[in-house]
Design a protein around this ligand. Sequence first.
Ligand code: GLN
Length: 509
Amino acid sequence: MESGYSRVAVIDFGGQYAHLIARRLRELGVYSELVPAAARGDALEAVDRYDAVVLSGGPQSVWEAGHDDIALKALSSGKPVLGICYGHQLLGKVAGGLVSRSPYPEFGPTEVEILEPGDPLFRGMPQRFTVWMSHNDAVLEPPRGWRVLARSRGSPVAAMRLGPAVGVQWHPEVSHSEYGFELLGNWLDSWGAVRGWRPEGLIDVLAEYVRREVGEGVAVAAVSGGIDSTVAALIARRALGERLKPVFIDHGLHPSGEVERVTRLLASVGLDPIVVDASHEFLGALRGVVDPEEKRRIVGKIYGEILLREAKRLGATALVQGTIYPDVIESGARPGADTIKTHHNVGGLPDLGLKIVEPLRYLYKDEVRRIARQLGVPEEIIKKQPVPGPGLAVRVEGEVTLEKLAVARMADRIVREEIEAAGLGEALWQYFAVLTASKATGVKGDARSYGYVVAVRAVHSVDAMTARPARLPWELLERIAHRITSEVPGVVRVVYDITSKPPATIEWE
Ligand code: GLN
């Protein structure tokens, strides 16, 4: 075991929670990576390369999928193996137990009874507790020589062990499972795992990964000034030196002052970007387009085309992107659903014919933040509020025109100024203005005016998966409304969005 921490491969059979296993193991201080079972060669090789192996859950039945060789190799390696749900069933099958439809499929909270409290897996746990299950099949009889460690109503063999190999039918990785985190920690301790891994220690591994993927070539990094693309580019810079070309595409849809701010910040970390002014192309392509999904698609398409053009001009063969794990999950490109090479269209970029390199694709935001601090990224970038890829195109409802962009930009600037002046910026996840597609009547200077409605949005969130509206001080909201209606031509009304996510999303389009 080199370098102060153990390494655990999570063979991903496509289970819903597979990524959570790796996440928990990292929290417990070992390095863990998902290896898609669909990339069979990689999965078999992972058994040799890692100190221990977890076999994840999966949607299939062990009788329909041909994954036996992976489980057999893991078992015969003599390394610690932990099968979870599908992985547990797979161990049961290949070792010769009886695996079949359970007479009582279990979904959700399920009580388990520990039969071998002396097993290191259950150290510090009571005899009965409630765990999270989700299965149709079950190990009904253990393979010969395996000890049954626990049972539940629908799982006569809810946990089992033979030497360094254990299987559990439930999902210790989900927070609904009592003692789940403890169970994973106990498992690590049971084989003497070295728990010294920190995300900061990943920098060299990721740089090595980029070096291997890009080879001798040149890579472009699409930078936006956000933390993810900045960290990805910095890691690539470390790996490739000047063979990494950071490119910032100005689509003309940025909030006020954004381009200057971003280029200054990037330059301060040594990533002086090549700035491509393409606002005309974007605005031209968006003319007459009203549908939000269509706007997103067009912005993605033009962005891809320009990036490709730049890449060709610079002689690049690879594209470094700051995709992080939640992007991968939300886009539906599930690791394990396919081999790594095919699922690179995250974020709506069309296929570019460039090799896509995503060093952060298995990392969560808080891990990226820790790496960013280690790399010396300024707090202004780390704390910067997220701006959607299509920028103001999705904050101007309906058709995007130069005039509407100008209105949205001015209103947005006032929202930012006021919230920051009130000292509330840091406490909020995002705050911005939306130029709605509604028009309303107002009265200005005794005359009827008919004009735009601006919506103000300010939310709290931890990871953007859920959000709740911020309870901004009333005086602040009134000041914002007053300033927008008096300073921004054409706006007669300001409303405040008090919807949470779900059911709404953070952005309006
Ligand atoms: N598909 C298997 C079953 O239904 C395993 C489910 C799982 O891994 N969550 O039993």
